[in-house]
Design a protein around this ligand. Structure first.
Ligand SMILES: [Zn+2]
Length: 369
């Protein structure tokens, strides 16, 4: 099943091995000043093999003045500056990720790049992919899930991040701020169980025709996953509906009551007469029609009524006294790996490779490094 990763190597040919394994995550936009702290702090240009100048106080104040950057009052050459902890007094570059850095109020592993934005400063965390995964895995799946489910999630998250990186190759960063908060929240919540799952699958990614797949995942599908096309407008061969054991779990059922006033405020339209008028092949709602004939797209309806209340589009809706009762199954968009399904399969003794190929049919597991 493991094949050489020819296309990946071709794509990454201009980069060093280190560059393949790092992610750039936009953490924060700040005002015109930010403080960076870390044991053995050093700074240098934003490149993988830069020489870092030690900062003896281990604290740097970065200021933006007339569109240029200053570090502790001294102007910086170039339009960005990169910080790393663990740099020795002799200027040894250290190992990114071995010492945490504090950038503003957030603690991160890896390096921090500061660059000027139109008004203010942007912080980018440059973090080894495996460190990133160890930090975020606990935010993405309960750490109490069985090891094979955590391993499946680790491979899916690694593949997802790598695919995003390829997609945004020459940009200043690869992943945006919604993920960055997971990273920062996650760094202090690293757990031996997530670390073990990441280490056991180190460098393993899912590919289709030798390119990393778009490894979408969700909490619970409710019994059958959704196609990539219907869930996310991504018509991909490995994102097709498959049966899932999570449908038997009581936890996959949900209900929500909403008053006419709440719905009217969310939709900016009276809700009376709401009924489902179109569903996908897996019976997820794609359209509701209101009493006056106005239609609302399913995805739009979920966004407006709230993702945590309308947990999925696999629902029935009934009129109540003064409102509506939604009864549904699953949590999330339903495409790709189902986390509760992965847990159920792992509980039955299935391994992570089997779990992954169940939810991403036709995808292959490969060792990138
Ligand atoms: Zn499921």
């Amino acid at each position: 099943m493991l094949r050489p990763v020819a296309l990946l190597l071709f794509l990454f040919a201009p980069l060093s091995a280190r560059a393949v394994e790092t992610l750039r995550i936009a953490i924060d936009d700040t005002g015109s000043e930010v403080s960076i702290k870390g044991k053995g702090l050093g700074f240098g240009p934003d490149s993988e093999d830069a020489t870092y100048v030690p900062i003896p106080t281990d604290v740097a104040t970065v200021r933006r003045r007339a569109g240029k950057l200053e570090v502790n009052g001294a102007p910086v050459v170039g339009d960005s500056v990169r910080f790393r902890a663990g740099v020795s007094a002799a200027g040894d570059a250290g190992v990114p990720g071995s010492e945490p850095l504090k950038a503003g109020s957030t603690q991160v592993r890896g390096d921090v790049v500061v660059r000027p934005l139109r008004d203010g400063l942007q912080l980018i965390n440059v973090i080894p992919l495996e460190e990133y995964l160890a930090a975020v895995l606990g935010s993405e799946m309960p750490v109490s899930f069985p090891p094979e489910a955590l391993k499946a999630q680790a491979v899916a998250a690694r593949t997802y991040a790598l695919q995003k990186k390829l997609d945004t190759y020459s940009n200043a960063f690869h992943l945006g701020s919604s993920v960055l908060h997971q990273v920062y929240g996650g760094v202090n919540r690293e757990d031996p169980r997530t670390r073990a799952a990441v280490d056991a699958t180190r460098g393993q990614v899912l590919t289709y025709e030798l390119a990393p797949i778009e490894a979408y995942f969700h909490a619970s599908c409710g019994g059958r996953t959704e196609s990539g096309q219907d869930a996310l407008q991504r018509d991909l061969p490995y994102l097709q509906p498959v049966d899932c054991p999570c449908g038997r779990l009581a936890a996959s059922r949900w209900s929500a009551s909403m008053s006419d006033a709440e719905i009217k405020s969310a939709l900016r339209h009276p809700a009376q007469g709401m009924r489902v008028t179109s569903r996908t092949s897996t019976r997820r709602v794609t359209r509701v029609t209101l009493g006056d004939g106005t239609t609302v797209d399913g995805v739009e309806l979920r966004r407006k009524l709230g993702y945590t209340r309308l947990k999925s589009l696999d629902f029935e809706v009934e009129r109540t006294d003064g409102g509506y009762q939604f009864s549904g199954r699953g949590y999330g968009h339903g495409a790709g790996l189902c986390q509760w399904g992965a847990k159920a399969l792992a509980d039955k003794g299935r391994g992570y490779v089997e779990i992954l190929t169940h939810y991403y049919p036709g995808a292959e597991l490969q060792h990138l490094y």
